[in-house]
Design a protein around this ligand. Structure first.
Ligand SMILES: Cc1ncc(COP(=O)(O)O)c(C=O)c1O
Length: 399
Protein backbone atom coordinates (compact mmCIF):
# COMPACT_ATOMS: atom_id res chain seq x y z
CA UNK A 1 0.00 0.00 0.00
CA UNK A 2 1.46 3.41 -0.90
CA UNK A 3 1.81 6.27 1.56
CA UNK A 4 -1.17 8.27 0.22
CA UNK A 5 -3.64 5.39 0.57
CA UNK A 6 -2.43 4.62 4.11
CA UNK A 7 -2.91 8.28 5.06
CA UNK A 8 -6.43 8.24 3.52
CA UNK A 9 -7.36 4.99 5.22
CA UNK A 10 -6.13 6.39 8.51
CA UNK A 11 -8.14 9.61 8.07
CA UNK A 12 -11.32 7.59 7.53
CA UNK A 13 -10.75 5.40 10.56
CA UNK A 14 -9.82 8.14 12.99
CA UNK A 15 -12.41 9.23 15.52
CA UNK A 16 -13.49 12.83 15.01
CA UNK A 17 -13.81 13.42 18.76
CA UNK A 18 -10.50 11.93 19.70
CA UNK A 19 -8.70 15.19 20.31
CA UNK A 20 -11.48 16.59 22.46
CA UNK A 21 -11.96 13.52 24.55
CA UNK A 22 -10.78 15.05 27.79
CA UNK A 23 -13.61 17.55 27.99
CA UNK A 24 -14.74 19.07 31.25
CA UNK A 25 -18.03 17.19 31.64
CA UNK A 26 -16.40 13.80 31.17
CA UNK A 27 -13.64 14.66 33.59
CA UNK A 28 -16.14 15.81 36.19
CA UNK A 29 -17.83 12.43 35.84
CA UNK A 30 -14.51 10.67 36.50
CA UNK A 31 -13.72 12.94 39.45
CA UNK A 32 -17.08 12.08 41.00
CA UNK A 33 -16.18 8.38 40.79
CA UNK A 34 -12.50 8.25 41.70
CA UNK A 35 -10.47 9.70 44.51
CA UNK A 36 -7.56 11.89 43.39
CA UNK A 37 -4.76 11.63 42.52
CA UNK A 38 -5.42 9.39 39.56
CA UNK A 39 -4.29 9.06 35.99
CA UNK A 40 -6.62 8.42 33.08
CA UNK A 41 -5.32 6.11 30.37
CA UNK A 42 -7.37 6.51 27.22
CA UNK A 43 -7.00 3.54 24.91
CA UNK A 44 -8.57 5.43 21.99
CA UNK A 45 -5.73 7.90 22.21
CA UNK A 46 -3.29 4.97 22.05
CA UNK A 47 -4.97 3.93 18.78
CA UNK A 48 -4.82 7.46 17.47
CA UNK A 49 -1.14 7.97 18.23
CA UNK A 50 -0.11 4.54 16.93
CA UNK A 51 -2.05 4.97 13.70
CA UNK A 52 -0.83 8.50 13.10
CA UNK A 53 2.80 7.46 13.55
CA UNK A 54 2.31 4.40 11.34
CA UNK A 55 0.68 6.61 8.69
CA UNK A 56 3.62 9.01 8.84
CA UNK A 57 6.13 6.13 8.61
CA UNK A 58 4.57 3.77 6.04
CA UNK A 59 6.35 0.44 5.80
CA UNK A 60 8.30 1.00 9.03
CA UNK A 61 7.81 -1.73 11.64
CA UNK A 62 7.01 -0.10 15.00
CA UNK A 63 8.36 -1.59 18.23
CA UNK A 64 6.76 0.20 21.19
CA UNK A 65 9.38 1.04 23.84
CA UNK A 66 7.86 -0.36 27.03
CA UNK A 67 10.06 1.77 29.25
CA UNK A 68 7.98 4.90 28.61
CA UNK A 69 4.79 3.37 30.05
CA UNK A 70 4.27 -0.32 30.63
CA UNK A 71 0.60 -0.48 31.63
CA UNK A 72 -0.76 -3.90 30.57
CA UNK A 73 -3.91 -2.41 29.01
CA UNK A 74 -1.82 -0.17 26.77
CA UNK A 75 0.38 -3.11 25.75
CA UNK A 76 -2.67 -5.28 25.00
CA UNK A 77 -4.19 -2.53 22.87
CA UNK A 78 -0.96 -2.09 20.90
CA UNK A 79 -0.73 -5.85 20.40
CA UNK A 80 -4.24 -5.80 18.91
CA UNK A 81 -3.17 -3.01 16.57
CA UNK A 82 -0.28 -5.14 15.30
CA UNK A 83 2.48 -3.28 17.09
CA UNK A 84 5.78 -4.97 18.04
CA UNK A 85 7.72 -4.37 21.27
CA UNK A 86 11.10 -2.99 22.30
CA UNK A 87 12.32 -4.61 25.52
CA UNK A 88 15.23 -3.80 27.79
CA UNK A 89 14.95 -5.86 30.98
CA UNK A 90 13.84 -9.25 32.32
CA UNK A 91 10.84 -7.52 33.90
CA UNK A 92 9.73 -6.22 30.51
CA UNK A 93 10.30 -9.64 28.89
CA UNK A 94 8.13 -11.30 31.54
CA UNK A 95 5.43 -8.67 31.28
CA UNK A 96 4.95 -9.03 27.52
CA UNK A 97 5.24 -12.82 27.81
CA UNK A 98 2.40 -12.81 30.35
CA UNK A 99 0.28 -10.88 27.84
CA UNK A 100 0.70 -13.48 25.08
CA UNK A 101 3.31 -11.62 23.05
CA UNK A 102 5.97 -13.82 21.43
CA UNK A 103 9.73 -13.33 21.10
CA UNK A 104 9.59 -12.84 17.35
CA UNK A 105 7.44 -9.73 17.93
CA UNK A 106 10.20 -8.14 20.00
CA UNK A 107 13.71 -6.77 19.95
CA UNK A 108 15.95 -6.46 22.98
CA UNK A 109 17.56 -3.04 22.72
CA UNK A 110 19.53 -2.58 25.94
CA UNK A 111 23.17 -2.20 24.91
CA UNK A 112 24.42 -3.45 28.33
CA UNK A 113 23.09 -6.74 29.73
CA UNK A 114 23.86 -9.37 32.31
CA UNK A 115 24.22 -12.89 30.96
CA UNK A 116 21.03 -13.93 32.77
CA UNK A 117 19.16 -11.19 30.89
CA UNK A 118 20.39 -12.52 27.55
CA UNK A 119 19.44 -16.07 28.59
CA UNK A 120 15.95 -15.06 29.71
CA UNK A 121 15.26 -13.13 26.50
CA UNK A 122 16.48 -16.12 24.42
CA UNK A 123 14.30 -18.48 26.45
CA UNK A 124 11.37 -16.19 25.63
CA UNK A 125 12.19 -16.54 21.91
CA UNK A 126 13.73 -13.12 21.33
CA UNK A 127 16.88 -13.49 19.27
CA UNK A 128 17.55 -9.91 18.17
CA UNK A 129 19.85 -8.02 20.53
CA UNK A 130 21.63 -4.68 20.44
CA UNK A 131 25.38 -4.41 21.07
CA UNK A 132 27.54 -1.29 21.04
CA UNK A 133 30.94 -2.24 22.50
CA UNK A 134 33.63 -4.91 22.58
CA UNK A 135 32.89 -6.30 26.07
CA UNK A 136 29.22 -6.73 25.20
CA UNK A 137 30.13 -8.49 21.95
CA UNK A 138 32.19 -11.03 23.93
CA UNK A 139 29.09 -11.95 25.97
CA UNK A 140 27.50 -13.26 22.78
CA UNK A 141 30.32 -15.61 21.67
CA UNK A 142 28.68 -18.55 23.42
CA UNK A 143 25.36 -17.78 21.74
CA UNK A 144 26.72 -17.90 18.15
CA UNK A 145 24.05 -19.35 15.88
CA UNK A 146 21.25 -18.42 18.28
CA UNK A 147 21.29 -14.62 18.01
CA UNK A 148 21.05 -11.83 15.45
CA UNK A 149 22.91 -8.71 16.50
CA UNK A 150 22.10 -5.12 15.73
CA UNK A 151 24.94 -2.67 16.34
CA UNK A 152 23.99 0.65 17.89
CA UNK A 153 25.80 3.73 16.62
CA UNK A 154 25.96 7.03 18.48
CA UNK A 155 24.73 10.21 16.80
CA UNK A 156 24.76 13.09 19.29
CA UNK A 157 21.94 15.60 19.03
CA UNK A 158 21.57 19.09 20.40
CA UNK A 159 17.96 19.08 19.26
CA UNK A 160 16.81 16.32 21.58
CA UNK A 161 15.68 17.08 25.12
CA UNK A 162 17.20 13.80 26.33
CA UNK A 163 20.52 13.04 24.54
CA UNK A 164 20.64 9.22 24.57
CA UNK A 165 23.70 8.98 22.31
CA UNK A 166 25.83 10.39 25.14
CA UNK A 167 25.54 7.15 27.07
CA UNK A 168 25.18 4.51 24.36
CA UNK A 169 26.35 3.75 20.85
CA UNK A 170 29.71 3.12 19.18
CA UNK A 171 31.31 5.54 16.74
CA UNK A 172 31.21 4.89 13.01
CA UNK A 173 34.95 4.20 13.24
CA UNK A 174 34.43 1.46 15.86
CA UNK A 175 31.71 -0.22 13.82
CA UNK A 176 33.96 -2.39 11.55
CA UNK A 177 35.84 -3.68 14.62
CA UNK A 178 32.60 -4.94 16.18
CA UNK A 179 31.44 -6.45 12.89
CA UNK A 180 34.80 -8.28 12.52
CA UNK A 181 34.64 -9.58 16.08
CA UNK A 182 31.15 -10.95 15.47
CA UNK A 183 31.95 -12.51 12.12
CA UNK A 184 35.16 -14.17 13.25
CA UNK A 185 33.19 -15.78 16.08
CA UNK A 186 30.37 -17.03 13.88
CA UNK A 187 27.82 -14.45 15.07
CA UNK A 188 25.33 -12.90 12.66
CA UNK A 189 25.32 -9.10 12.51
CA UNK A 190 22.11 -8.17 10.74
CA UNK A 191 21.46 -4.51 11.39
CA UNK A 192 22.38 -1.06 12.60
CA UNK A 193 20.45 1.03 15.08
CA UNK A 194 20.62 4.43 16.67
CA UNK A 195 18.57 6.64 18.97
CA UNK A 196 19.24 10.31 18.42
CA UNK A 197 17.61 11.24 21.72
CA UNK A 198 14.14 11.51 23.12
CA UNK A 199 11.76 14.38 22.33
CA UNK A 200 13.66 15.48 19.24
CA UNK A 201 12.52 18.92 18.23
CA UNK A 202 13.72 18.56 14.65
CA UNK A 203 14.24 15.51 12.42
CA UNK A 204 17.64 16.76 11.20
CA UNK A 205 19.85 14.53 13.36
CA UNK A 206 17.70 11.49 12.61
CA UNK A 207 17.93 12.19 8.87
CA UNK A 208 21.72 12.57 9.08
CA UNK A 209 21.94 9.39 11.15
CA UNK A 210 19.93 7.48 8.51
CA UNK A 211 22.21 8.73 5.73
CA UNK A 212 25.39 7.88 7.66
CA UNK A 213 24.03 4.42 8.54
CA UNK A 214 23.18 3.71 4.91
CA UNK A 215 26.66 4.82 3.84
CA UNK A 216 28.23 2.54 6.50
CA UNK A 217 26.09 -0.40 5.36
CA UNK A 218 27.22 0.12 1.77
CA UNK A 219 30.89 0.22 2.78
CA UNK A 220 30.57 -2.96 4.87
CA UNK A 221 29.26 -5.03 2.00
CA UNK A 222 30.57 -8.24 3.61
CA UNK A 223 27.51 -8.12 5.92
CA UNK A 224 24.07 -9.39 4.93
CA UNK A 225 22.17 -6.36 6.27
CA UNK A 226 18.54 -7.11 7.15
CA UNK A 227 17.46 -4.20 9.38
CA UNK A 228 17.94 -0.52 10.03
CA UNK A 229 16.47 0.59 13.36
CA UNK A 230 15.90 4.35 13.58
CA UNK A 231 15.06 4.36 17.32
CA UNK A 232 12.51 6.58 19.06
CA UNK A 233 12.70 10.37 19.49
CA UNK A 234 9.37 11.33 17.88
CA UNK A 235 8.19 14.45 19.73
CA UNK A 236 4.92 15.50 21.36
CA UNK A 237 3.72 18.97 22.41
CA UNK A 238 4.06 19.76 26.10
CA UNK A 239 3.94 23.45 26.98
CA UNK A 240 5.68 24.15 23.67
CA UNK A 241 4.11 23.10 20.36
CA UNK A 242 6.18 20.73 18.23
CA UNK A 243 6.05 19.93 14.53
CA UNK A 244 3.09 17.70 13.52
CA UNK A 245 4.27 14.09 13.20
CA UNK A 246 3.37 13.89 9.49
CA UNK A 247 5.70 16.85 8.77
CA UNK A 248 8.41 15.53 11.10
CA UNK A 249 8.50 12.22 9.24
CA UNK A 250 8.61 13.58 5.66
CA UNK A 251 12.41 14.08 5.58
CA UNK A 252 12.86 10.85 7.56
CA UNK A 253 10.97 8.90 4.88
CA UNK A 254 12.92 10.66 2.13
CA UNK A 255 16.21 9.60 3.71
CA UNK A 256 14.92 6.04 4.22
CA UNK A 257 14.05 5.83 0.52
CA UNK A 258 17.82 5.70 -0.13
CA UNK A 259 18.14 2.35 1.69
CA UNK A 260 19.14 -0.55 -0.54
CA UNK A 261 16.34 -2.98 -1.46
CA UNK A 262 15.41 -5.68 1.03
CA UNK A 263 16.41 -3.94 4.25
CA UNK A 264 13.56 -3.77 6.74
CA UNK A 265 13.12 -0.58 8.77
CA UNK A 266 12.35 -0.62 12.50
CA UNK A 267 11.49 2.24 14.86
CA UNK A 268 11.21 2.17 18.67
CA UNK A 269 8.69 4.87 19.61
CA UNK A 270 7.86 5.29 23.28
CA UNK A 271 6.87 8.84 24.10
CA UNK A 272 4.91 9.55 20.91
CA UNK A 273 2.49 6.72 21.66
CA UNK A 274 2.27 6.91 25.44
CA UNK A 275 2.53 10.61 26.34
CA UNK A 276 -0.82 11.83 24.96
CA UNK A 277 -2.62 8.70 26.12
CA UNK A 278 -2.63 9.68 29.79
CA UNK A 279 -3.62 12.71 31.90
CA UNK A 280 -3.34 13.18 35.64
CA UNK A 281 -6.13 14.45 37.86
CA UNK A 282 -5.01 16.05 41.16
CA UNK A 283 -6.68 18.02 43.96
CA UNK A 284 -5.56 21.06 45.88
CA UNK A 285 -5.16 19.91 49.47
CA UNK A 286 -3.62 23.03 51.00
CA UNK A 287 -3.19 26.73 50.31
CA UNK A 288 -0.84 29.33 51.83
CA UNK A 289 0.00 32.91 50.95
CA UNK A 290 3.79 33.21 51.09
CA UNK A 291 5.11 36.65 50.07
CA UNK A 292 3.63 37.75 46.75
CA UNK A 293 2.58 34.26 45.71
CA UNK A 294 -0.06 31.79 46.69
CA UNK A 295 1.22 28.28 47.21
CA UNK A 296 -1.21 25.52 46.35
CA UNK A 297 -0.31 22.06 47.66
CA UNK A 298 -1.46 19.18 45.46
CA UNK A 299 -2.03 15.53 46.33
CA UNK A 300 0.68 14.44 43.86
CA UNK A 301 3.96 15.95 42.71
CA UNK A 302 7.44 15.30 41.33
CA UNK A 303 7.97 12.22 43.48
CA UNK A 304 4.83 10.72 41.95
CA UNK A 305 3.11 11.17 38.58
CA UNK A 306 5.02 14.38 37.86
CA UNK A 307 8.38 12.58 38.20
CA UNK A 308 9.09 13.22 34.52
CA UNK A 309 9.71 16.84 35.41
CA UNK A 310 12.85 15.66 37.18
CA UNK A 311 13.97 12.69 35.10
CA UNK A 312 12.58 13.54 31.67
CA UNK A 313 12.87 17.36 31.74
CA UNK A 314 9.19 17.59 30.75
CA UNK A 315 6.94 20.56 31.51
CA UNK A 316 3.38 19.30 31.47
CA UNK A 317 0.51 21.60 30.52
CA UNK A 318 -1.57 21.94 33.70
CA UNK A 319 -4.92 23.70 34.09
CA UNK A 320 -7.83 23.99 36.53
CA UNK A 321 -10.83 21.80 35.81
CA UNK A 322 -13.29 24.51 36.83
CA UNK A 323 -14.17 26.98 34.08
CA UNK A 324 -11.78 29.94 34.04
CA UNK A 325 -12.86 33.39 32.88
CA UNK A 326 -9.99 34.54 30.63
CA UNK A 327 -10.90 38.18 31.40
CA UNK A 328 -10.89 37.56 35.17
CA UNK A 329 -8.12 38.16 37.72
CA UNK A 330 -5.01 35.95 37.71
CA UNK A 331 -2.44 35.78 40.51
CA UNK A 332 1.17 34.58 40.73
CA UNK A 333 0.95 31.06 42.08
CA UNK A 334 3.07 28.03 42.88
CA UNK A 335 1.89 24.43 42.54
CA UNK A 336 3.69 22.14 44.95
CA UNK A 337 3.58 18.40 45.53
CA UNK A 338 2.57 16.87 48.85
CA UNK A 339 5.92 15.55 50.13
CA UNK A 340 8.08 17.19 52.77
CA UNK A 341 10.85 17.96 50.26
CA UNK A 342 11.19 21.51 48.94
CA UNK A 343 12.26 20.26 45.51
CA UNK A 344 8.73 18.89 45.14
CA UNK A 345 7.34 21.80 43.10
CA UNK A 346 5.32 21.19 39.96
CA UNK A 347 5.04 24.80 38.68
CA UNK A 348 6.82 27.90 40.06
CA UNK A 349 5.72 30.66 37.74
CA UNK A 350 2.11 30.03 37.00
CA UNK A 351 -0.66 32.62 36.87
CA UNK A 352 -3.91 31.20 38.21
CA UNK A 353 -7.32 32.50 39.21
CA UNK A 354 -8.09 32.27 42.94
CA UNK A 355 -8.24 28.54 43.69
CA UNK A 356 -9.65 26.79 46.72
CA UNK A 357 -8.79 23.66 48.69
CA UNK A 358 -10.65 20.83 46.96
CA UNK A 359 -10.36 22.31 43.45
CA UNK A 360 -9.16 19.96 40.73
CA UNK A 361 -6.25 20.44 38.32
CA UNK A 362 -5.51 18.43 35.19
CA UNK A 363 -2.03 17.67 33.90
CA UNK A 364 -1.97 16.73 30.22
CA UNK A 365 0.46 14.72 28.08
CA UNK A 366 1.38 12.68 31.14
CA UNK A 367 1.74 9.13 29.81
CA UNK A 368 5.45 8.93 29.00
CA UNK A 369 8.18 8.64 31.64
CA UNK A 370 5.80 9.68 34.45
CA UNK A 371 4.37 6.65 36.26
CA UNK A 372 7.37 4.75 34.90
CA UNK A 373 9.67 6.72 37.19
CA UNK A 374 7.25 7.61 40.01
CA UNK A 375 8.33 6.78 43.57
CA UNK A 376 6.45 6.28 46.82
CA UNK A 377 8.58 8.75 48.79
CA UNK A 378 6.99 9.72 52.12
CA UNK A 379 4.80 6.61 51.72
CA UNK A 380 2.50 8.41 49.31
CA UNK A 381 1.27 5.71 46.95
CA UNK A 382 1.68 6.21 43.21
CA UNK A 383 -1.48 7.52 41.54
CA UNK A 384 -3.79 4.74 40.39
CA UNK A 385 -4.65 4.41 36.71
CA UNK A 386 -8.23 4.59 35.48
CA UNK A 387 -8.48 2.99 32.07
CA UNK A 388 -11.10 4.33 29.71
CA UNK A 389 -12.02 2.80 26.41
CA UNK A 390 -14.01 5.85 25.57
CA UNK A 391 -14.17 8.70 28.01
CA UNK A 392 -17.92 9.07 27.42
CA UNK A 393 -18.53 5.46 28.34
CA UNK A 394 -20.08 5.26 31.84
CA UNK A 395 -18.41 1.88 32.45
CA UNK A 396 -14.91 3.18 33.14
CA UNK A 397 -12.75 0.67 34.87
CA UNK A 398 -10.28 1.35 37.68
CA UNK A 399 -7.11 -0.73 37.90
C1 LIG B 1 16.75 2.03 23.29
C2 LIG B 1 15.57 2.94 23.35
N1 LIG B 1 14.60 2.79 22.43
C3 LIG B 1 13.49 3.56 22.43
C4 LIG B 1 13.30 4.53 23.39
C5 LIG B 1 12.05 5.36 23.34
O1 LIG B 1 12.36 6.64 22.93
P1 LIG B 1 11.24 7.73 22.76
O2 LIG B 1 10.44 7.76 23.99
O3 LIG B 1 12.00 8.98 22.47
O4 LIG B 1 10.42 7.35 21.58
C6 LIG B 1 14.30 4.75 24.36
C7 LIG B 1 14.15 5.78 25.37
O5 LIG B 1 14.89 5.91 26.32
C8 LIG B 1 15.46 3.93 24.34
O6 LIG B 1 16.44 4.06 25.24
Amino acid sequence: MDKQSIVEQFAEESHPDVLQQFDRASLEELVAKHETPFMVLDLEEVDYQYKSLQAALPGVKLFYALKSLSHPELIKRLKTLGCNFDLATIGEVELVESLGITGDQCIHTHPIKKDKEIKRALEFGNKRFVVDNIEEMKKFYKYAGQVELIIRVSFRSKQAVVDLSRKFGCTLEELPVLVDMAQSNGIDVVGLSFHVGSQSISPVTQVNAIRSSIAAMKVMNNVKWKFLDIGGSFPVSYQEEVMPIADFCVPVMEALAELPEGIEIFAEPGRFISAPSMIEVVSIVGKAKRGARTWYYLDDGVYGGFSGQMFDHAKYPIAPLKPVDPMGEFYPSVLAGPTCDSIDVVAEDIELPEMEVGDILIGKQMGAYTLASATEFNYYPKPKVVVVEDIFDPETQAL
